[in-house]
Design a protein around this ligand. Structure first.
Ligand code: PLP
Length: 373
């Protein structure tokens, strides 16, 4: 049996990408596996990254962190996006490190640690200019002082101070140096208040690839481990891990002037062969890909013809001899000429991150390149 559609993930590529990153830095590597490992599968991606030399895992939510632990993975894991009323006690008991940037969360963590009868491991996050999460300049000194007090009482252990870049994917942007300076200032403010944890981290993939002076003790690598570069035009030797494919389900000839798919926004210009691919927006293929996005069928590149529907779309392949059951490759590593997620991103005016992460739950993830035990 072959699968009607699949997102095939090359775990050897993930291992190799992490090893490539490790070769660029003396810092430890945190593999970022939030959002189901950017669509690649949380646990398989995490295991492959650890096999490739990562020593930390990073996730957004506590549920993601707990899923890592439920799989039996014992590597340090940091969760950095926590809204009220989340399972803090469970996370503390599971040895999940918690990013804290607000008074309310610090107090909730202290209370949960007391319930657990454990010391919670926290990483204090400072906003150095992103303007998103993290304690602002005004809140930072007090957050640090309060955390120091709770650390002295044994409720928390402050393991790290960290921050996140806004524009590291635009090398040379003045905000980058400014954020590094602000990070240095935030570290100094913390040190003045007796908070001088062993780990400082700031770099995402872009900064890991282009800005060694921002590596500190740990780099957080997301998109790079999946094989995409956030810096336009430079690959850094990374290899895309995911191949998104479907099997052609219908092939037929249509006459000239025939409308294709909902709304007939594509019309055949001459008698032609059309192929139906069983993937649609229910699988995470953006409807915006209608008439725009590239794919590979029968050894050639084509463009989606007409509207992407919930479950399917159509491709005008001209007179190419395409058969039912042939592979339609939407994106892959690009080895054979197939498009990459970067090509999709360029066509749709988005980023590779969104293309791979939005692949839907209906599409089975399959794995190749497992380590041979
Ligand atoms: C998602 C995320 C990362 C990873 O970013 P990449 O650009 O994919 O490397 C790092 N840090 C934080 C805080 C994130 O949210």
């Amino acid at each position: 049996m072959s699968l009607q559609s699949e997102a095939r993930v090359d775990l050897a590529a993930i291992r190799a990408n992490v090893a490539t990153v490790r070769g660029l830095t003396s810092a430890d590597v945190m593999a970022v596996v939030k959002a189901d490992g950017y669509g690649h599968g949380l646990v398989p991606a995490a295991r492959a990254a650890l096999a490739g030399g990562a020593s930390w895992l990073g996730v957004a939510t506590l549920d993601e962190a707990l899923a890592v632990r439920a799989a039996g993975i014992t590597a340090p894991v940091l969760a950095w996006l926590i809204a009220p009323k989340q399972p803090l006690r469970e996370a503390i008991e599971a040895d999940v490190e918690l990013s804290v940037a607000t008074d309310w969360l610090l107090e909730d963590v202290v209370a949960a640690a007391a319930q657990a009868g454990r010391t919670a491991r926290v990483q204090l996050k400072v906003d150095t200019g992103l303007g998103r999460g993290g304690a602002g300049r005004a809140e930072w000194p007090e957050l640090v002082a309060t955390a120091a007090k709770h650390a002295a009482a044994g409720a928390v252990e402050i393991t790290a101070i960290w921050s996140h870049f806004a524009r590291a994917d635009e090398p040379g942007d003045p905000s980058i140096v400014m954020q590094q300076e602000n990070f240095g200032a935030a570290l100094a403010i913390a040190k003045d208040r007796g908070v001088d944890p062993p780990i400082r981290h700031l770099a995402n993939t872009a900064a890991t690839l282009t800005l060694p002076e921002a590596h500190y003790d740990l780099v957080r690598v997301g998109i790079g481990m999946y094989g995409y570069s956030p810096i336009p035009g430079r690959t850094f030797g990374l290899r895309p891990a995911m191949t998104m494919r479907g099997s052609v389900a219908v092939v037929k000839r249509l006459p000239a002037g025939h409308g294709i798919s909902y709304g007939h926004i594509y019309t055949t210009s001459r008698e032609t062969t059309v192929a139906l691919v069983p993937l649609g927006y229910g699988d995470g293929i953006p409807r915006q890909a209608s008439n725009i996005a590239p794919l590979w069928i029968g050894g050639r590149r084509h463009t989606i013809s007409g509207r992407v529907c919930m479950d399917q779309f159509v491709v005008d392949v001209g007179d190419l001899p395409v058969d039912v059951g042939d592979d339609a490759v939407l994106f892959g590593p690009g080895d054979d000429g197939e498009p990459t997620a970067d090509d999709w991103a360029a066509a749709l005016d988005t980023i590779s991150y969104e293309i791979v992460t939005r692949v839907g739950a209906r599409v089975p993830r399959t794995y190749v390149g497992e380590e041979i035990a």
